[in-house]
Each structure stands twice: as structure tokens, then as C-alpha cells.
Ligand binder design. Sequence first.
Ligand SMILES: *Cc1c(COP(=O)(O)O)cnc(C)c1O
Length: 451
Amino acid sequence: MSERKILLTEKEMPKAWYNIQADLPELPPPPLSPVTLQPVTPEELSAIFPPDLIAQEVSTERWIEIPEEVQEIYKIWRPSPLYRAKKLEQVLDTPAKIFFKYEGVSPAGSHKLNTSVPQAYYNKKAGIKRLATETGAGQWGIALSQACTFFGLECTVYMVKVSYNQKPYRRSLMEIFGSTVIASPSEHTAAGRRILEQDPSSPGSLGIAISEAVEDAAGRADTNYALGSVLNHVCLHQTVIGLEAKAQMAKAGYYPDVVIGCCGGGSNFAGLAFPFAYDKLVNNARVRLLAVEPISCPTLTRGKYAYDFGDVAGLAPIVQMYTLGANFMPPGIHAGGLRYHGDSPLVSLLVNKGLAEAKALGQTAIFQGATLFARCEGILPAPESAHAVQAAIEEALAAREAGESRVILFNMSGHGLLDLPSYDLFMAGKLEDYPLPEEDLQQALTMLPKV
Ligand SMILES: *Cc1c(COP(=O)(O)O)cnc(C)c1O
């Protein structure tokens, strides 16, 4: 009998993060200032980020040491378990072997604590007293709130208004950890007031909330900004997932044919996939890397690879990425964490160079896959993670068709225990798919910056 759960000891935890910028065939083009349209300078970034994170953003060192203080906190939930989904394999009647890395064991319930902890640490080290951030569905807000508590920082979270009203338990958690949570768009910032003037009933978006948080941070010397995805340093911190998973797969005696992650801003996909991309880039390994996104927010599969704004007000740097346009308003699908208009420049580059693949799934399919998975393995996936689950199921079924014993590894980025209202709607047959109409996409893409 092979193992069902593959564990590492604390001693076997990674001591350094893997920086893919050391091994890429080329680096992503530089981020531009939204004011000058010239490459952003470290001085400009230092208004909102601490020096260590700015250095990591552009570093080409392959390994970046994880500070002792961060490792110590990681030990609360790391190393996270790797499971073999044996019952799911049986039910699908597939010769494929399905493994998943489970990040839902973190106190935040998702992978996001892997980066909020080092971000809070480096800000504390730089003498910062307070962090401002945005959150969509709330997972990032929770993760940053917890990390700020660990390091004695204040935290203000601009939460997309529709989620603020629909996801009260996530807001409760942030407040338990001492954060101030503000529904965005708000009257607290010029960016928020401008949106409210145009549309007093605006439901908000991640792009708007980012503008508010960046404005807040840029306006106060004691305050920095923290972002939960997209940026290079965020992808870097998440590589603990893939480094552990590689060691665990080796313990299990397997190497994956395909590595799968859901993709919103790209960080959990990057976290699992980049250490395997290393094998591809440096050792010519044949492993496939697959990023999975919603059909209603199809950034990688239908977006344009271009320089675009990271936020609605144009305060954040302009970066080269796959984008649907910064003014794109995604429909209110239940995988709130996958509704960002853009994507990590590093993940975008891998897809653009053919080093990673992307696919899009509808929400009825992903809830179906997630429910089947929960009934087999006992773990309820977050709706975001359910995209990876369903893609893994489809890979397993394709392996059955081909009579091929494919080894599948996917990232279960978080649990769905705070997403039960969405599961209720699915069970009641009330969920619909919202493929993005081509017209809306073309409209949103007319607003790209002219660089
Ligand atoms: C935020 C979130 C995501 C999406 O963000 P990425 O940066 O693409 O990883 C996926 N899964 C969960 C559970 C999340 O909380």
C-alpha cells in the first residue's frame, strides 16, 4: 500500500525561497511609473514598500534566505501535508495518480499567510507602524491581519463593498485580529470619493480597492502598502509550497507529469509551479504547468499580453501582463479571489513563452468537481481552489481515455468552510456560468495605457 498522506518534519522545511528570475530565458519588461511612463525607480517604490521587498522584486539571485523569525511563524502550519487522492482516483476509475498539496491548514485557511508573514516582517524591520491593503473576498485581508498581529503592526483593509456585505464572517475574522475594515469604494480616499460621485451604489472592485489602499499608504510616512498576489516578491514567498511538494513527491516515489494551480493574480500557482519550472528551465524536465481561471475572468486565456495599470485610479505601477483592462468589472462569481483583471508578470511571461499552459472553467463545473472531491477526500475546497480540483479531474479522465498512468499534482490553495453560502446556491441549482462576452472584453481593452 502506498501512502495517503506524505509529511515533512520541521527540519525538512525549506530555508530559502526559490527566485525564478534567476533562471528565466528573459526577464519581464520593467514596471513603469503611471505618472512618467518611465521605469519605476526604487525611490518611487519606497513610498509604499520596504527596502527588502523592493530588492526581492528585482532580484536575480536564485535562492533568497527565509528569515529565522519568518520560519518560526511558518512552523505554526508548515510544512503543509501532501495527500494522494486515492478515493477520487477510484471513483474516477482512472489509472492516473492524483496528489494535492493542502494549504488550507494555515490559520488563515489559505496559502496567503505564506506571504503576509514575510511582508509584515520586512515592514516591521523597516520601522513601519501600519499597513494598508485591499481585499476581495477577504482571504488576503485575514492573512495580512493575522501577520500584522504577529508583528505588532496596525492594519487597515479596504474590502470590496459587495464582499463586505456578502461575506460578514471574513470581516469578523479581520476585526478579531484587530484590523480596521472599510467597505470600498469609501469616503476615506480621493479615489473612493471619485468613484462614489460617478456611481453612489458602486459594488466596488479589486482595482478600486487597490487604488484606495495605495493612496492611503502613499499619504502617510508610518504606513506602507501590501499586496497579496501578482508581484514578484509575493510569488517568491509562495515557493515554499512547491519546494515542500517536490520533497514530498520524491518521498512518495513520484514526479508529476502535470502541475496544476488555480489562477487569480497567480501567486498560489506560482508557488507550486515555479520550483517545477526550475526543473523545466534548468534540467529540461517535461513536466506540464497548468494555470486554471474562471471563464468569466479569462485573463490568461483571452486577455491581451500588454502593459496595463494595476488599479483603477492608475496609482500603482504599470506592468506587462495578461490583462482584461483595469476597468474590467468581473461578474459576481463565487470564486471572489479569481476576479482580478490582470495577472502576475512572471506567470504571464511563462504562459507567453509557452512554458506554462492556461485553461478556463465555468463555475457550475468547478462546484461539481469540488463537491465530488469533498465526498471522496473529506476536504471542502475553496471555490478558487475548486478550479484546480476540476482541472485535475479532467486530466485524470483524459488519462483514463488514453490508458495512461499520468501523475497529477495540484494545489488545494484553501478550504471552503467560509464559502458555504456559495455551496448552498450550487446545491439549490442556482449557479449560472457567465462567459465573458467578446464585446465587453474588446471594450475594456480600449483603455490600456499608451506606452
Ligand atoms: C486569493 C486566493 C486565490 C487566488 O489568488 P492567487 O494569487 O492566484 O493564488 C486562490 N485560492 C485561494 C484559496 C485564495 O484565497
